[in-house]
Design a protein. Structure first.
Length: 616
């Protein structure tokens, strides 16, 4: 595509996006006309670049032929494979056009080329544990995990590694530990989440408390654009940027457009982006702003774009010191709200991890008779707990810091306290926290609990007040919820008994989401503090950032993907939250099975629904 064509495409997309934004605002205010509804729906059926094409059976066959001719890897367009990749760990389901499992980087380049010629969307997928629907789409899905899973370089002296997208989090951590190093962000799915997924999603985890989010640990990325451009994104200063622009070409055009975008929106970025540890919602336009040294990192601006802008081929990531010695202090409180009140004070003692959970989790562990049941008795007295972990290279230093923290607590009454120095005992306590998602999802005798308002985040000093108001909102809608999460960074997880089986239930959930997004924004927080926007929160970004910055997000995407073929319908101008919902029960109730599934009300559909997609 020529430069003029790209510019025209971006202009068309921007113009159409504004129409969509206006019509959606009318819909929210009850002012939608039938003509407006057709205009809104038209953004997926028009001739503009953001349309999602309908691939006929004949076209799919031709696509398979071309892909198999061009690739060494596997090309899977059969119904079973497409069904396997139709869901992630979210509430959504979209059947892909097909699946590619590349053996080489050249396979990925060829896949993009074939898709470009056919005009079909493209989506990279990691472990599939995403909770916002960003890993399922009507697209050709690239799965990196089988072959492109190599640690290309591990450099202990300079504390970095170069990894392919299919490398699993623990794979790098285990390789780096003998050198006294580790990869900092460690999501609960660290045994199987991949770097492609973590960087695509800007993942975090327990030890982001000390290491920061994924974007803060990326040095550079080699990326592939939908149009075939291949480039390295990393640290950049003004002279380098000007040299790139002067050289021209597609890369020069990208830097020129980014410079213009930065100049136009810099003040809004500084004022509208929440200054909190866990702002994951929206694109990382703040990473385009120069720091005190005059540099900015373009790779970090691309982290968290959820495969909507580029395809990552390789990443150079920062390694941090591995804490050889650790002390875990568990604090018990009368409730989770008082535990949250204490977080801001505790953070001042420098823990490497600070997690919270309530007694709903422990009761559900016991009800479901999970393996962690025997560990619950090890917790100190309470109905809400904080896990405060200290780490370092010397055991005495770690113990001293943990002791100073405990001595700062009141001498009598709450919190109750226990300290664990034995790694085996520590792992038992951590197992309780890591089981939270699975433990709270499907509890016998209760309504199923789902994600749907999964990981909002606020400033630490506001956490207790926010949780109390959030609980009032759950009560208003007669919802039951569990509360847990990365409290040391103000990030709140939950599972709620939303009803996705009935139209009335979905309508009620949508009304709740309007109120819940208003609530977190009123606290100066983020819609997502870890799991990204995808389809689950993209629709509400205008509340958090305002219409001008949402337009900036559209422009940012268009700079990289002027054809809007990278994971369309996610993050920016997304599907509504109540589209593509993964409701399986009614269709599967008719399936005849050999086993009775007595504990699932004799329903195979119930058994299938209990899988929350995180491999536990």
């Amino acid at each position: 595509m020529s430069t003029r064509a790209r510019t025209r495409a971006r202009t068309d997309v921007s113009k159409w996006a504004r129409i969509v934004a206006v019509e959606r605002e009318k819909e929210r205010n009850g002012l939608r006309t039938e003509a407006g509804r057709e205009a809104l729906n038209g953004h997926r059926s028009s001739s503009l670049p953001i349309q999602l094409p309908k691939v006929s059976e004949e076209s799919a066959k031709e696509l398979v032929v071309e892909l198999r001719r061009a690739l060494e890897g596997e090309v899977l367009f059969d119904e079973a494979s497409r069904a396997l990749y139709a869901t992630d760990s979210s509430n959504y389901r979209q059947v892909p056009i097909g699946v590619v499992i590349p053996k080489t980087v050249n396979d990925v380049i060829q896949t993009a080329s074939v898709c470009r010629k056919a005009g079909v969307p493209l989506l990279s997928r990691g472990g599939g544990t995403s909770l916002a629907g960003q890993c399922c789409n009507v697209a050709v899905v690239i799965d990196w995990t089988k072959y492109l899973n190599n640690i290309v370089e591990l450099n202990p002296s300079e504390a970095f590694a170069r990894v392919q997208p299919g490398v699993v989090c623990d794979q790098l951590r285990h390789a780096a530990i003998p050198h006294g190093l580790t990869w900092g962000p460690d999501p609960a799915t660290h045994a199987y989440c991949t770097f492609g997924g973590m960087l695509g999603n800007n993942s975090c985890g327990v030890h982001s408390q000390s290491s920061g989010k994924a974007d803060e640990n990326v040095i550079e990325m080699e990326v592939l654009l939908y149009d075939g451009t291949r480039m390295t994104a990393g640290w950049t200063d003004a002279p380098t940027m000007e040299n790139k622009i002067a050289k021209g070409g597609r890369e020069g055009e990208i830097y020129s457009s980014l410079k213009t975008l930065r100049e136009r929106y810099a003040d809004l970025i500084r004022t509208r982006y929440p200054n909190i540890p866990r702002r994951v919602s929206g694109y990382n336009l703040d990473q385009l702003l120069p720091g005190a040294d005059g540099r900015f990192n373009l790779a970090r601006a691309l982290v968290g774009t959820e495969s909507t802008c580029v395809t990552m081929l390789e990443a150079k990531v920062q390694l941090v010191p591995h804490h050889l010695h650790r002390a875990l202090v568990v604090l018990g409180y009368p409730d989770i709200f008082q535990a949250a009140d204490n977080v801001f004070e505790i953070v001042s003692f420098g823990p490497i991890g600070l997690e919270g959970f309530d007694d709903v989790t422990t009761k559900n562990i016991e009800t479901k008779n999970l393996l962690q049941r025997e560990y619950v008795s090890n917790l100190p007295e309470g109905k809400g707990w904080l896990l405060v972990e200290f780490g370092g290279s010397a055991q005495q230093d770690v113990m001293d810091r943990a002791t100073r923290m405990t001595q700062s607590m009141p001498g009598s009454g709450w919190p109750s306290m226990k300290m664990y120095l034995d790694p085996k005992e520590q792992s038992k306590i951590w197992a309780i926290r890591e089981s939270a998602l699975g433990a709270n999802s499907f509890v016998p005798g209760r309504d199923p609990a789902w994600e749907g308002w999964e990981d909002s985040a606020v400033a630490l000093e506001k956490l207790g007040s926010y949780l109390r108001d959030l609980q009032k909102l759950f009560d208003k809608y007669s919802y039951q919820s569990v509360l847990y999460g990365h409290f040391g960074q103000g990030c709140v997880h939950n599972r709620v008994n939303f009803d996705f089986q009935s139209a009335a239930g979905v309508s009620k959930w949508r009304a709740f989401m309007e109120d819940a997004t208003d609530l977190v924004v009123s606290y100066g927080g983020s819609l997502s503090g870890e799991h990204g926007d995808g389809q689950a929160r993209g629709e509400f970004l205008h509340k958090m950032f305002g219409p001008e910055l949402v337009e900036a997000f559209r422009e940012f995407k268009s700079i990289w993907d002027p054809d809007w073929k990278m994971n369309p319908g996610k993050v920016i101008d997304p599907y509504r939250i109540d589209e593509n919902l993964r409701v399986q029960k009614h269709a599967m109730d008719k399936v005849s099975t050999h086993f009775a599934f007595i504990e699932d009300n004799k329903s195979f559909a119930n058994a299938v629904e209990r899988c929350v997609g995180v491999g536990k």
